[in-house]
Design a protein around this ligand. Structure first.
Ligand code: UT7
Length: 325
């Protein structure tokens, strides 16, 4: 008995914002953003859309693919760094109610941009343990709402979107292994410093920027290349294969230069790595399911192929999943 992905879908908001659009209000340029990141445009959620709204759209798409009523779902897990509310209630509980998953438990998972990788392993483990039959695993982000739009070092990098997978027994693509890691010593490299119990927001001391994304870009870059290389090597070793045997590596879509550097270190051609960050930018926990959905739409996935996902981000967290498509 193995846990499988029986359906996968993504939803991105309609509004497209190009680099040139950003350059009208921020001191940046299409040339800088493209040459330093590979990003050309991103989607930005409508003012009335929060993380749960995007998650609900993608959850409905996944259930429709399986023609499955929502009350057949046993557990909803949402990975998000940009939840509707500060910590509670969970995005997952809102999704559980709005889609009509009346029998399901629900919780959120916080693992930064590695969130979907972690959530997929949670889904796999629950199903393989036999305690539930179906887990809806979702990554959903409205990062542009926690972005500091005066900080050109970060604001050009992020976009909004959601993706979801339904995990159930022997019904699709097997999740073979996962590798979940954390380097918490890098906690300050990617952080929203104020607003939590460590540093409650104090209007006398803090500005809005203290509640928004702050990143040591260089440090995260170096960590990300290592994390990508190590995750590919470790998952391949565990399966007793070489990285050349993997059909597709689906990395977290942060920056093309991170992916190029990792490809070089692994001695793999760049075309073995799927990228769509040029169109969607960094959507954190949503980027991997959005990428896999895109691959499905483009007809790139064939039965039997080995697909290796890799996430890396705040925590600092990293890791991956090996999937037999
Ligand atoms: O999801 C995981 C989290 N994030 C990541 O994976 C991001 C990891 N880091 C990176 O991708 C890169 O470090 C960045 C894309 C964030 C930055 O690229 P970089 O090549 O390391 O640029 P830099 O920080 O070294 O900055 C170079 C210059 C600076 O100017 P000075 O000080 O040399 O005059 C920046 O002020 O580029 C300037 N700069 C910009 N210029 C135009 C930074 N952002 C911009 C911008 N437009 N948007």
């Amino acid at each position: 008995m193995s846990a499988t992905i029986s359906a996968l879908a993504a939803y991105v908001p309609e509004r497209v914002v190009t680099n040139d659009d950003l350059a009208r209000t921020i001191d940046t340029s299409d040339e800088w953003i493209r040459s330093h990141t590979g990003i050309r445009e991103r989607r930005i959620a409508a003012p009335d859309q929060a993380a749960s709204d995007l998650a609900i759209e993608t959850a409905r798409l996944v259930l429709a693919q399986r023609d499955l009523p929502a009350d057949e779902v046993d557990l909803v897990v949402v990975a998000s760094s940009s939840p509707d509310y500060a910590n509670f209630p969970s995005v997952a509980s809102i999704v559980q109610d709005r889609i009509g998953a009346s029998r399901a438990g629900a919780f959120d998972l916080s693992a930064g941009c590695t969130g979907f990788v972690y959530a997929l392993e949670v889904g796999r483990s629950f199903v393989e343990a036999g305690s539930v039959n179906r887990v809806l695993v979702i990554g959903s982000e409205v990062l542009t709402r926690i972005t500091n739009w005066n900080d050109r070092n970060t604001c050009v990098l992020f976009g909004d979107g959601a993706g979801a997978a339904l995990v159930e027994r022997d019904a699709g693509h097997a999740v073979l292994h996962s590798w979940l890691q954390s380097k918490g010593s890098g906690d300050a490299a990617l952080i929203r410093p104020a607003g939590g119990t460590r540093t409650p927001f104090d209007p006398q001391v803090h500005t809005l920027a203290d509640m928004q994304i702050q990143m040591d870009g260089r440090r995260v870059y170096l960590f990300a290349v290592d994390a990508l290389v190590q995750s590919v090597r470790t998952l391949c070793e565990r399966e007793g294969i070489s990285p050349e045997d993997v059909s597709w590596i689906v990395p977290h879509q942060a920056n093309l230069r991170i992916i190029e550097a990792a490809a070089k270190r692994l001695g793999l051609p760049l075309d073995r790595f799927f990228t769509n960050l040029d169109r969607f930018a960094n959507t954190s926990a949503a980027s991997i399911p959005i990428a896999i959905d895109d691959m499905q739409q483009q007809g790139l996935l064939e039965e039997g192929q080995l697909i290796l996902t890799v996430g890396f981000g705040a925590g600092l967290s990293y890791g991956g999943n090996l999937i037999r498509w």
